[in-house]
Structures are given as C-alpha cells and as structure tokens.
Design a protein around this ligand. Structure first.
Ligand SMILES: [Zn+2]
Length: 467
C-alpha cells in the first residue's frame, strides 16, 4: 500500500514517492509573528503535524521545517516605541509556540527565523538577477523585483495567466516593469527603524516575504525536497511566487504541494469586523487542549472546518468514550497495556490514513474499535478487550489523542479514594447503629487524620478533602 496525497499543483491524488524513503523532507510556511495565533493558524499547524506523524510511522524519519517570518511590513507596523519590532516578533513567536505545544503539535526539526537567513536570500536574488528573472528598480529605491514575464511557468501553481492576475501591491509600482512583478528585496524607506535594515548589493533594505521561504527551504532541505505545505490562503500569491523564484533560479524545489482548508466560525469566514475572530488563547482557556486538538483534527484537512459550540461538546464526548474504555480495560489489565504502534494499528486505520490522510475515516475506525472493546468487556472476553485497547492506544498515539495519563491516573486515584472513604462511612454508620461509640469515634478520628471532612445531611454523609 502506498500513501496518496492530493497535490494542489496537479489537482489530483498522487502516489507519494519520496526522494529518500528513509528521510522525508517537508517545509511548511510558519506564521508572520505580528499578532497572536487565531484558531485557523493552529488548525493549519495541526494538519501538518498529523501528516508529519503519519509520515514518521510510514518512513521512520521526517525532516520537518517550519519557519518564523519575523521581519515583514506587518511586524514593523505593529511595533511601538516601547516594544520594537524584534521584541514584538519574539513575544508573538512564543504565543504561537505555546498554542502549538498546548495541543501536542510536535516542534519542527528546524524552526528558522527569516532574519537569520538574509545572506541566503540575497544569494538567491543575485542568482535570479544573473539568470535574467529579476531586476533592481531603475528608480534607485533599492527595490528588486521578480520579472514575471521572464518566466513562462509563472501562474502554474494556481492555474492562472499573468494577464488575469491582480497587481502585486507589495511595493511602489513605479519601479516595476509589470504590475504583477513582486518584490524580492525592499529598499529601506524613511521612518523605518535602523535595525530593520540589512546591507545588500542593491542598497540597504530587507527581504520580501516570498523569498524568505525559497531561501530557508533550500538552506535546510536542499535544492529539491518532498512536500511543501501551508494554508489554502497561501497558494496565491505566496506559494506561486515561491515556486517561481526557486524554479527560475534552477532549483527542483517542492515535489508535492499540500494545502489545508480554512476555518470558519458559525458558517462565516473569520474576520475582525464580524467579531468572530477566534484567538487560540481564548479557546484554550475554555476547553481542554485535547478537546481542542480533537475538534480541529476531526474534519478532513482539505475541507473547511466550521466551528460551532457543538464542535467542542462532540469532541469532548468522543474523547470521553475513548478514555472510558481505556479506564475499564485498565482496571482489569493491572500493570498497564503494552503496545507497539506498528503492530497494533488496524488495517482499515492505515488504509484511511494512506488515503490522503483520511483522519475522519481513521477516527471512525477508532470508535468502532472502542465499541467492539466495550462489548468484549461486557461479555467477559478479556483477550479481545486487551487487543482492542492496544489498537486504540496505537491509533490515538498516531493521532496525538492519547487520553493523558495524568488525568487517567488522577481519575483512578479519585475512584480508589472514594471507595475507601465510602466503606469507612458505612462502617461508622453501622457502629453508631450498634451503639458502639468507641468504634464510631475511632473511624471518625482516622478519617479526620487523613484530612477528610465528613458532613452528615438528610441525603447521607458526604466527604471532602480539607482546605
Ligand atoms: Zn512561505
């Protein structure tokens, strides 16, 4: 069986044939750290976390690069006198990292910041100028543009002709040969901070957004690599421009293009003006991180994901069913349930994941296994229940949805404690009924010494832990 992925450039499913089957190379566009992450950012990162985890199961090693765009017009625009652009960028980068790690998105192999690869960007721009695909603006502004008319393949990623494209609004159009030409290098302008400027053969300035990814993917993954990923909203102009830059410079670049769908809230696109802009931090304040991960993973990565109140309650219920089954098995398994991902994954789960990362179908297999496992427990078939539990653990491990051992342990502790205290409450009640006051007092003192308070009410005796 082969993994098939939907390649957005070819607009079809393709068998995934890596350059090196023992080391998959993948580049995903990371955030521009101008403000904190919204839920769409987190969903995008999660889509590629799931792909990366599956490639890891399939191939054993993935070199995964996700960049941080820490210099950009928008970062400069959001800086203040008290918080310079680089401090803002770092603070926001940390907010992204926190949101990602909260829901179990694994850190990339490398996470390069754009500002640390400026010489590599300049080298690529120089190559493009030498090959006749880029030119410095004649107005001596310091800008350098990519010449889209010099590259007939420009537009192939999004299937557009240059004439039908909108003008690139990333720099002063007066220096451009064509309105669609886009900036590779942006000459420094008055009023911009002196520390946001790098020396270059074309004058002081800073890189354009698109060249950052072309240079960083090459630096960390080589001239050609397996998968380039990002949100559907990045296909144009960002990815179209990355593809043009790298291939016009003579590089093989990405062999597969994978794009995730966007997040809508209550059926509407997220926007500040509609007031439905959902920040990851707010969602994580309200919901358990595992519930958030489940809710964001449950739709296929290519479909748009509409978040409503029921997204969270459904995710919570689904995780409750998985956790409930594992706890039931845990009570009879004693010393834990050993499993190996490779051996314990059911074939239909593997088939679903191989079919363009079919997580919804994979989750269906997971829940079917939970149902079968519960039936096995009901009928006393311990071996079948243990097999089901191993499969459930393997599947949840691949998806990053293992119910946390901490919460499982604390639930188990609470259950054990409750059963002991209830037994003592019953014995105390019996001693009182027998008018054995010495025994009743002994039990009460033992409970109090354990830091537990009893409260007698008409409905029975309740207990709680002091303080
Ligand atoms: Zn990019």
């Amino acid at each position: 069986m082969t993994l098939r992925l939907y390649d957005t450039r070819e607009q079809q499913l393709r068998d995934f044939v890596p350059l090196d089957p023992e080391n998959i190379t993948m580049y995903v566009c990371g955030p521009t750290v101008q403000s904190g992450p919204h839920i769409g950012h987190v969903r995008a990162a999660l889509s590629f976390d799931l792909l990366r985890r599956w490639l890891d199961v399939r191939h054993g090693r993935v070199t995964f690069v996700r960049n941080v765009t820490d210099i950009d017009d928008k970062v400069l625009a959001n800086a203040t006198e008290v918080e310079p652009w680089w401090a803002l960028a770092y603070r926001m980068e940390q907010e992204f990292t926190q949101a990602y790690s909260a829901i179990g998105i694994l850190p990339p192999t490398y996470e390069p910041r754009a500002t640390a690869s400026v010489p590599q960007m300049q080298e690529l721009i120089q190559t493009l100028i030498e090959r006749g695909h880029a030119y410095p603006a004649p107005d001596r502004s310091g800008d350098v543009y990519f010449d889209v008319r010099s590259w007939p393949a420009y537009g192939t990623l999004t299937n557009q002709s240059v004439d039908a494209m909108e003008a690139a609004e990333d720099a002063d159009p007066r220096g451009k040969r064509n309105p669609q030409d886009f900036a590779l290098w942006k000459g420094a302008k008055e009023g911009e901070p002196a520390d946001a400027v790098w020396q270059s053969p074309w004058g002081q300035g800073r890189p354009g957004w698109h060249i950052e990814c072309s240079a960083m993917s090459r630096r960390y993954l080589g001239d050609e690599f397996d998968i380039h990923g990002g949100g559907l909203d990045l296909r144009f102009p960002h990815h179209e421009n990355e593809l043009a830059q790298s291939t016009a410079a003579g590089l093989g670049f990405a062999r597969y293009w994978v794009h995730n769908g966007l997040v809508t809230v209550g059926g509407q696109k997220m926007s500040k003006s509609l007031g439905n802009f959902t920040l990851a931090a707010d969602v994580l304040k309200e919901h358990d991180p595992l519930v958030v991960r489940y809710a964001l993973a449950a739709a296929h990565y290519r479909s748009s994901l509409d978040l409503t109140a029921s997204s969270w309650t459904e995710a919570e219920a689904a995780l409750g069913r998985i956790g409930g089954f594992l706890q039931r098995v845990g009570r009879i398994a004693g010393g834990g349930i050993g499993y190996f991902v490779g051996q314990s994954l059911p074939a239909p789960f593997t088939e679903a994941m191989d079919d363009d990362l079919g997580v919804p179908q994979a989750l269906a297999v997971l829940h079917e296994t939970v149902r079968a496992g519960n039936s096995a427990l009901d009928s006393g078939d311990t071996d079948a229940a243990l097999d089901a539990a191993r499969a459930v653990l393997a599947m949840t491990s691949v998806l990053g949805l293992v119910p946390s051992s901490a919460s499982t342990a604390s639930t188990a502790h609470a259950t054990a404690l409750d059963s002991l205290v209830q037994e003592m409450i019953t014995q105390r009640a019996q001693a009182r009924a027998d008018k054995d006051w010495a025994a009743a007092d002994r039990i009460r003192d033992a409970i109090a010494a354990a830091g537990i308070t009893l409260e007698d009410t008409p409905a029975g005796t309740h207990w709680s832990i002091d303080g």
